[in-house]
Write a protein that binds this ligand. Structure first.
Ligand code: ADP
Ligand code: MG
Length: 327
């Protein structure tokens, strides 16, 4: 079964960033309100993710590392979108099969914390006592140590860290209610408290993106015909080309989509100087029946039932907002 895990791992575990994405999603699923991420050497040497969520019971610890061992109920739509076998219940097993993994956890109603370890295909079936407050820590060391072919595809420490930081940025931008921290090689990169008010959210965005973005942006907060859009759009005067500062969330998930990109580009068309890129952090909410968010773990695709409606809403609202600053 561990060999099957390694094959499946190729699909979920591409690089340190994909490990971090899966681990943080698990923390959020467990209801965590605080997530601390510690990284060494771009995640190649160490990824440690700690949360204060619901935890895993002692007896369930070994199970959590085995394949198809999900404790979660997925909707039929989600499973369909994933294809017949899918990835669910496989993330931890997949990561475990290509690393040295330690899983430590303590549910609030359990007196002590317990731990399981695995080294690639060998799982130590022993559950041993550990020290841990309420919640879970997953420690992933030496990613791909037993799959040299895949290890060869890893880029420099810096590149891998950039990918990983991007994953955390997106998650921190989509969950203002959760505290996040990120350390790399013993240096604090981000330390984010929960952000409830608009001012706190703006502070978080300023910390995650360029602080100048906040000082050079307009607040968007509009609702029409079942479509709701909130967020911030950078002013044309915010002159640098920052294609990496484009964040669009649909019902809480980050997406990249042609319809959205086109609408935004059109709205900025007569205010942006040549060669500049629009910068934005925008949240679109609509009834789930109006949108199909592909839940494939690595894609960020979306399909709107009424593409024209969404396109025209985005275009007209953004165009209208930007008109305030048009020369
Ligand atoms: P899935 O998330 O699809 O269920 P995973 O392989 O990611 O599959 O996780 C397997 C199981 O391990 C989860 O269903 C959950 O019960 C448990 N688990 C993993 N991470 C955590 C966590 N941080 N807190 C609580 N439970 C967790
Ligand atoms: Mg998971």
């Amino acid at each position: 079964p561990r060999l099957a895990n390694q094959i499946a791992a190729g699909e979920v575990v591409e690089r340190p960033a994909s490990v971090v994405k899966e681990l943080i999603e698990n923390c959020l699923d467990a209801g965590a309100t605080r997530i601390d991420v510690e990284i060494e050497q771009g995640g190649i040497k160490l990824i440690r993710v700690r949360d204060n969520g619901s935890g895993i019971r002692k007896d369930d610890l070994p199970l959590s590392l085995s394949r198809h061992a999900t404790s979660k109920v997925y909707s039929l739509d989600e499973l369909e979108a994933l294809g017949s076998l899918g990835f669910r219940g496989e993330a931890l097993a997949s990561v475990a099969s290509v690393s040295r993994l330690t899983l430590t956890s303590k549910p609030a109603d359990q007196e002590n914390a317990w731990q399981v370890q695995s080294q690639g295909r060998d799982m130590d079936s022993e559950v041993s006592p550990a020290a841990h407050t309420d919640g879970t820590t997953v420690e992933v060391r030496d990613l791909f140590f037993n799959t040299p072919a895949r290890r060869k595809f890893l880029r420099t420490e810096k590149t891998e860290f950039n990918h990983l930081e991007e994953v955390i940025k997106r998650q921190a931008l989509s969950r203002f209610d959760v505290a996040f921290s990120l350390r790399h090689n013993n240096k604090t990169i981000h330390s984010l408290r929960p952000a409830h008010s608009t001012a706190e959210q703006q502070r978080r965005i300023a910390q995650l993106l360029k602080p100048e973005f906040m000082q050079n942006s307009l607040i968007i907060d509009v609702e029409r015909a079942g479509l709701k859009m909130q967020g911030w759009v950078g002013l044309p005067t915010f002159s640098r080309s920052m294609a990496d500062m484009q964040y669009f969330f649909v019902n809480g998930r980050v997406v990249r989509d042609k319809v959205i990109a086109h609408a935004v580009k059109q709205a900025y068309r007569d205010v942006l100087y040549h060669g500049r890129q629009p910068c934005f952090v925008l949240y679109l909410e609509l009834d789930s029946s109006g949108v199909d968010v592909n839940v494939h773990p690595t894609k960020h695709e979306v399909r709107f039932r009424d593409q024209r409606l969404v396109h025209d809403f985005l275009f007209s609202q953004l165009h209208h907002a930007l008109a305030q600053v048009r020369p």
